[in-house]
Design a protein around this ligand. Structure first.
Ligand SMILES: [Zn+2]
Length: 646
């Protein structure tokens, strides 16, 4: 088999300390679809994913949990393995950078580069971000010397370090990319990388003495290999760089790396420079995809809008989630995730277009033809047109997949499915049956069956479970996933006994779906909260007129005549004032002193028990029978006193 029929695709290895989110799912699904597709096109395809398990963050997290770093990673890497199972990911291997097979390759590559003079010892001083484990050049620092990636303050650091002579190989890499425009995809990233290479590429620090949790450098064990240098090598380890030269020869020349656009410099500059120094081919392509926002906003833990792929698969099925991610945005662009849009796609594309075509066709084959696909003449102009579109779709899909244009491929497949739905209306098989035009009816049923048989093959990489069900309902033998798309011959399905039609993707009732997503008043009542009674609506200006500010309670005095009230002295930063608050039954004075709270600062002064109160303290309360529970509302993080709350 020549290289043109071989294919090796990788996801980045995921940092094991992260909780798997939509970004991880997206990259991995994209690789999965591509490798499933290539296998069905007769390729010898190999698909790798895995976890990056070294570095400072792991060491710190392990210490906090009282585990060794190895114990921690042995446990948490399973989150990723579990997710890939749930999402039907068909990876051939899962590599972990703490595995012995990898450690040996890293040490051997490091030693080879050291022996040939491409790694040398020096000392490194610079601005350093501890959590990101990166030195940050002056040119890319954020405001007030902060890390451009995480925003945290940088510290100066000087340490002995090994350096890789990256600069030495830059001209050769430029030359390579000039000849290989597909080396970085899409074009916008290619241009970005070329302009970076034409600037100053410095030698890279590739070791650390500041952390312990890494791969020791052979012969100088106070150093460990820098995490990025270690991580990139995984791609070579997994296909036998050291242990299986035959396998390496088979897959290495045809490698594609799929990455998020934030890590392309490592993959399109550092990694190929390392490979050039090692005398190994650089990857055929590095394919960079965009990022996801959620309902128009950047995803972040603090906003609480991180999309949990486990939950999406549980709620809507892995197929629908996979389909949505690849259909919704052109690959390479940023995309916006919303559950409402996902539900829309399930209803229109999966349930309506594809599901209905299958259902209607099978029911007609059962009612009009005894459940056996009739052999038709297939020479009516409409039959010929549908067939031609099917055959053209196969070729067009392949072109789109060549450039990783998943959304284009799906649009083409769905245009074909849509054409077939229209064909049912145009030919009206129920009329043909009534009128006794049996030969024509046979042609129509056979054409529709062939559309579905071909569609099952084309959608299989995207919706593996659904495609398998279609395949069974069509009465096909074996698994759709071992079929070859190019062996499909139009008309060969005649004579097949079909299975009974079952609903593939149930429509989601939008009213019910919206209801399910609204918090239930009953549930709130059960917990004692006063959720059911609402105040009349106010507009934004009405709300803005309430001046809420952060304050600190500095002094708490009892008011002898009152069972409920405390006299509080609060500090607003710009002034101190007295507020009377009815929270005596719920707090001891020492529980309040020093606490932060939110106050209404522009409330009209009022006399309570003879004391002038200037404002109000916000608290949440819940009534459970006799007991009432009250908690103060306070800012979640330190913020200067007097800050406005909006
Ligand atoms: Zn940082």
């Amino acid at each position: 088999m020549d290289n043109k029929k071989r294919f090796y695709i990788t996801t980045p290895i995921y940092y094991v300390n992260d909780i798997p989110h939509i970004g991880h799912a997206y990259t991995t699904i994209a690789c999965d679809v591509m490798s499933r597709y290539k296998r069905m096109k007769g390729f010898d395809a190999y698909f790798l994913t895995g976890t990056d398990e070294h570095g400072q963050k792991i060491q710190t997290a392990a210490e906090a949990k009282g585990l060794t770093p190895q114990e921690l990673v042995d446990k948490i890497h399973l989150n990723f393995k579990e997710l890939w199972k749930v999402l039907n990911i068909s990876n051939d291997d899962f590599i972990r950078t703490t595995e012995d097979r990898h450690v040996r390759v890293v040490q051997s590559m490091f030693k080879k580069l050291m022996d040939q003079g491409d790694i040398y010892k020096g000392s490194y001083e610079g601005w350093y971000c501890v959590p990101c484990e990166t030195y940050v050049p002056e040119s890319s620092m954020g405001e007030n010397r902060t890390c451009p990636d995480c925003g945290r303050p940088l510290t100066t650091m000087k340490e002995e370090s090994y350096f890789f002579k990256a600069s030495k190989y830059v001209p050769r890499l430029i030359e390579h990319y000039e000849k290989n425009l597909q080396g970085v995809m899409p074009r916008i990233r290619y241009n970005e990388i070329m302009s970076f290479l034409h600037g100053e590429v410095r030698d890279q620090s590739v070791s650390r003495t500041t952390l312990k949790w890494g791969i020791p450098i052979p012969g100088d064990e106070k150093h460990v290999v820098y995490v990025w240098f270690d991580a990139l090598i995984n791609y070579a380890t997994a296909v036998g760089y050291l242990d299986d030269p035959e396998m390496f020869e088979r897959y290495w020349p045809v490698v594609r790396h799929m990455v998020g656009k934030d890590i392309i410099r490592f993959h399109c500059v550092i990694w190929p420079l390392m490979l050039l120094a090692l005398g190994v081919n650089v990857p055929v392509s590095v394919v960079a995809h965009g990022w996801w926002t959620v309902d128009g906003e950047k995803m972040s833990k603090s906003k609480g809008n991180v999309v949990d792929p486990f939950k999406m698969a549980e709620l809507y099925g892995a197929d629908a989630f996979r389909y949505f991610l690849l259909r919704e945005v052109p690959f390479g662009n940023d995309g916006d995730f919303s559950e409402a849009a996902l539900v829309g796609r399930i209803n229109s594309d999966l349930a309506n277009d594809l599901g209905n075509l299958l259902n209607r066709t099978l029911q007609m084959i059962v009612s009009y033809s005894g459940g056996v696909v009739p052999a038709g003449a297939l020479d009516d102009p409409l039959d010929v047109e549908v067939r031609a579109l099917g055959e053209a779709t196969v070729g067009a899909v392949d072109k789109s997949m060549e450039t990783f244009s998943y959304d284009e491929a799906l649009k083409l497949i769905w245009a074909f499915i849509g054409r077939a739905n229209k064909y049912i209306d145009e030919t009206s098989p129920w009329k043909l049956q009534k009128e006794g035009k049996n030969a024509r009816l046979d042609g129509v049923l056979c054409t529709l069956y062939e559309v579905l048989r071909l569609s099952a093959l084309l959608v299989a990489p995207y919706i593996p479970e659904g495609a398998e069900k279609i395949w069974k309902q069509l009465g096909r033998q074996g698994s759709v996933h071992t079929e070859k798309i190019d062996s499909f011959r139009w008309g060969e399905g005649a004579g097949t006994k079909v299975d009974k039609a079952e609903v593939l993707f149930p429509r989601i009732d939008l009213e019910q779906w919206k209801k399910d997503r609204t918090p239930q008043p009953d549930a709130a009542k059960a917990s004692g909260a006063e959720a059911a009674e609402h105040e009349p609506e106010i507009d934004i200006d009405g709300f803005r007129s309430v001046e809420l500010r952060v304050a600190q309670i500095v002094k708490v005095e009892e008011i002898p005549r009152s069972k409920k009230l405390y006299k509080l002295e609060v500090d607003l930063g710009y002034e101190r004032r007295t507020i009377c608050a009815g929270i005596k039954p719920f707090f001891k004075p020492e529980e309040l002193e020093g606490r932060r709270a939110v106050v209404v600062a522009n409330l009209k002064p009022a006399k309570l028990c003879g004391i002038e109160s200037n404002g109000m303290i916000l608290a949440a309360s819940v009534k459970g029978g006799e007991d009432e529970q009250v908690v103060l509302i306070a800012p979640a993080a330190d913020i200067p006193l007097g800050s406005r709350v909006r």
